[in-house]
Write a protein that binds this ligand. Sequence first.
Ligand code: BG6
Ligand code: MG
Length: 222
Amino acid sequence: MQIKACIFDLDGVIVDTAKYHYLAWKRLTDDLGIVFTESDNERLKGVSRMASLDIILQIGKVEVDISEKEEYARLKNSWYIDYINQMTPDEILPGALRFIRELKASNIRVALGSASKNTPLILERVRLNSVFDAVADGNNVHKAKPDPEVFLTAAGMVGVKPANCVVFEDAVAGIKAALNAGMKCVGIGSPEILTEAHIVVKGLDEMNLDRLHDMEKLFDNG
Ligand code: BG6
Ligand code: MG
């Protein structure tokens, strides 16, 4: 294969916002008397806001009607926004910006594919808003990962066929979405969890152009 575009998930790949999602959900679960741990939070990675709330209510065995659910999601998001409003460019994960610049310098298109509706605010806070050639996020995509829509939209925006795209993802649902899109996928995190990814690295600090080109050969060999 020839890699013509790299598509990055945002939360957990470019920035570590999982801790802020956790703190905001924790505030809600404390109010509701639900025991919610950091390991429960792992289940929310890559999952949309409403689907995350469904998982949390299920953990707490709490049943609420739709208007209460909407209010809880609104509250959680307002607390989450308080945290991300404090973010600075220092919170870009190691290696991310360097790798993106290397890709752009060698004419590989760079896109973002995230479930988050807060993507524009986060990109602005960490000053990455003019770095990506295309951004597909929770505002212009409606089917949640593992549906491939977010990655197919990003690929379409940069005019690259799925077969020439590599996705960088930290969530199991996101890896499934990349595979469902017919793309190659590099998992970011632990190989024990991200078993379906073609290759797993610990973070983008392990990535560079040479490693990417080695991966091209690996992808070809299955
Ligand atoms: C994903 C996160 O990127 O975005 C999830 O991994 C989050 O944890 C989802 O629930 C939706 O984010 P937001 O910002 O629209 O609530
Ligand atoms: Mg993620």
